[in-house]
Design a protein around this ligand. Structure first.
Ligand SMILES: [Zn+2]
Length: 235
């Protein structure tokens, strides 16, 4: 069992080792806090020592927060990045160009007078992504034991996808920013809804057969929602 220590509202994992003579503290890449201690270190002394390090820990955690790129209401300036299927592409603002927004395979070129450009980006994602999602749905249908349905890509506000009447599946154009494995989760979730139109135990069981690690993907999606669903929204 893992030994933990709670100090100043933070939880630390305690790793004891017979080889260790002194106390040490690390902040892992994911933000996990670990106290390294000699095998026989006294718990009270451990807590007291950790308490003295709190300021340093908070500073470290704050730096990590800043390092995480956050996608929020774009400003449409050169150097900004936009995601397509999990890959980041830079934006360059140009003075002259026939189309307001152009993607050359490596970066987006936006004409200066076309800003703010939410509408141009939305159109680009819908045009570029509809075909991609359609092909992906066809490929994944058999995994969900569903027939390939009709699909439509449009703005769905704060929802990733929905299952409409007459077996039409709707996908938010914003899903096209996500990595493929998360788009797959959204697609398979909706495909399973064609047979199980609810979120009851039968639905999750069927989803588990189609995506064994669905829980992981669902959690990852929830973490990303706030960064990707606000696209173009002035917040
Ligand atoms: Zn659902």
């Amino acid at each position: 069992m893992t030994e933990t220590l709670e100090v100043g509202g933070l939880v630390f994992e305690v790793r004891r080792s017979v080889r260790r003579k002194t106390l040490g503290l690390t902040v892992d890449r994911g933000g996990e806090l670990v106290v390294h201690a000699p095998a026989k270190a006294d718990a009270v002394e451990l807590a007291r020592w950790t308490n003295r390090k709190l300021l340093w820990v908070h500073r470290k955690l704050a730096l990590k927060e800043e390092a995480v790129p956050k996608l929020q209401a774009p400003e449409y300036v050169s150097g900004e990045a936009f995601c397509y299927l999990g890959r980041r592409f830079g934006l360059k603002v140009v003075e002259k160009q026939e189309r307001p927004l152009h993607f050359d395979g490596n970066r987006f070129m936006l004409r200066r007078d076309a800003r703010p450009a939410e509408e141009h980006f939305r159109r680009w994602y819908v045009e570029t992504g509809t075909d991609w999602i359609r092909r992906r749905v066809e490929r994944l249908s058999s995994r969900a034991a569903s027939n390939p349905p009709r699909i439509e890509v449009r703005d769905l506000g704060f929802r990733w996808g929905s299952c409409g009447k007459n077996d039409i599946l709707y996908f938010n154009w914003k899903v096209l920013q996500l990595p493929v494995r998360l788009v797959d989760y959204i697609i398979l979730h909706e495909l399973v809804h064609l047979r199980e139109g609810h979120h009851g135990p039968e639905f999750w069981k069927a989803l588990g057969r189609a995506v064994p690690d669905w829980q992981k993907r669902k959690d990852a999606l929830a973490r990303k929602a706030k960064d990707y669903l606000v696209f173009g929204l002035m917040v």
